[in-house]
Write a protein that binds this ligand. Structure first.
Ligand code: 3PG
Length: 394
């Protein structure tokens, strides 16, 4: 695909798809990571004399105007971080958008209202894409984290205007590519989270790509149960035993070592600082649940991290949101961060809970790359083509 290096930006109206789907509380942005990530692209276009017209969605208004899902409160934080005024237009198409674009000078930045206020966005209606494209000469997609959606502003529009990848899109694709497409081996994947059912495709894809797969979190219980371990009252999808067995067989065939917990931290209620015990797998009390992996498991995970040259991380190893069940996740994350800092490991992480878990472990800064993507990161781990990326390649 083409990048900003290939674009003639001066004097052009550049429609830039960004992901401003940021956490917000009481009308205030509470985490600016996604905004920070798109600043380089905005700056570069603006400094080259292009008019930067930002396209973004916020929340899931389902094709209707929903006041609480306006992007208006996001313009201020973008301007503050950019160090430059950001105008706002209360519509992303039509006369209002056109008037705001016509009023721009070269180098100016304008944010258009939530694209999902139109049903045509999610339907990828060609007429809607056309209405968006009417206000631009060029299209730049810098929203990897929305690239799994085939929407008007991510896919349809790329067919109507000369299309380029923004700097963050480029960085995401490079980082992810170097972790799974052309990685330094051995490659270790750490996959956690509550349910196998939400990550079957991901696990199946990973066993064919990575050398070692550590499975933690609630989903490990389903694998342990499939192997005959009595998991007591632990979160477990017993009906997925066959799936777990199939994945383990596929791993064996592909020479991928699956690493399951070697011991467990159990408790009798899901609560912070509740009574808990570390037990062997054959001694899980029938009335208790596993909320984290124990010290023996942590040692195994650390040893696997030491073996690996590349690590892909998605999902926590235990119930990291309540202490002390964050212990294994924190220990593994810190160990991976330290190996990365020593230059011995390349670490790529992404997905909703994962970033929160790594921040909690104070490990994110030393990771090689943290993706801002949730769903898009998962679909990429599943080996799926992302429509927003494919459209740039066409
Ligand atoms: C995200 O927050 O992961 C992206 O902005 C996509 O949002 P969506 O899941 O509502 O499409």
């Amino acid at each position: 695909f083409k990048t900003l290096n290939d674009a003639e930006l001066s004097g052009k109206r550049v429609l830039v798809r960004v992901d401003l789907n940021v956490p917000m509380k009481d009308g205030k942005v509470t985490d600016t990571t996604r905004i920070e990530r798109v600043l380089p692209t905005i700056r570069e276009i603006s400094e080259a004399g292009g008019k930067v017209i930002l396209l973004a969605h916020f929340g899931r208004p389902k094709g209707k105007v929903v006041a609480e899902m306006s992007l208006a409160p996001v313009a201020g934080p973008v301007a503050d971080l950019l160090g430059k005024p950001v105008a706002f237009a209360a519509d992303c198409t039509g006369d209002v958008a056109k008037a705001a674009v016509d009023a721009m000078a070269d180098g100016d930045v304008l944010l258009l209202e939530n694209t999902r206020f139109y049903a045509g966005e999610e339907k990828n209606d060609p007429e809607f894409a056309k209405a968006l494209a009417a206000n631009g000469d060029l299209y730049v997609n810098d929203a990897f984290s929305a690239a799994h959606r085939a929407h008007g502003s991510t896919e349809g529009i790329a067919k109507l205007l000369p299309a380029f990848a923004g700097r963050t899109m480029q960085a995401e694709l490079e980082a992810l590519g170097s972790a799974l497409s052309t990685p330094e081996r051995p490659v270790l994947a750490v996959v956690g989270g509550a349910k196998v059912s939400s990550k079957i495709d991901l696990l199946e894809n990973l066993v064919s790509k990575v050398d070692i797969l550590v499975i933690g979190g609630g989903m490990a219980n389903t694998f342990l149960a499939a192997k005959g371990v009595n998991v007591g009252k632990s979160l477990c999808e017993h009906d997925l035993a066959d799936t777990a067995i199939r994945i383990m067989a596929a791993a064996e065939k592909a020479n991928c070592e699956i690493v399951l917990p070697a011991d467990a931290v159990v408790a009798w209620e899901f609560a912070a600082n509740t009574k808990n015990e570390t037990v062997a797998l054959d001694a899980i009390p029938a009335d208790a649940m596993m909320l984290d992996v124990g010290a023996a498991s942590i040692d195994v995970v650390k040893a696997k991290i030491d073996e690996a040259k590349t690590l892909v991380w998605n999902g926590p190893l235990g119930a990291f949101e309540i202490e002390p069940f964050d212990k294994a996740t924190v220990a593994a994350a810190q160990h991976a961060a330290a190996r990365t800092k020593e230059g011995k490991l390349k670490t790529v992480a992404g997905g909703g809970d994962t970033v929160a878990a790594l921040n909690h472990a104070k490990a994110s800064e030393d990771f090689s790359y943290i993706s801002t993507a949730g769903g898009a990161f998962l679909e990429w781990l599943e080996g799926k083509a992302l429509p927003g990326v494919v459209a740039l390649e066409a």
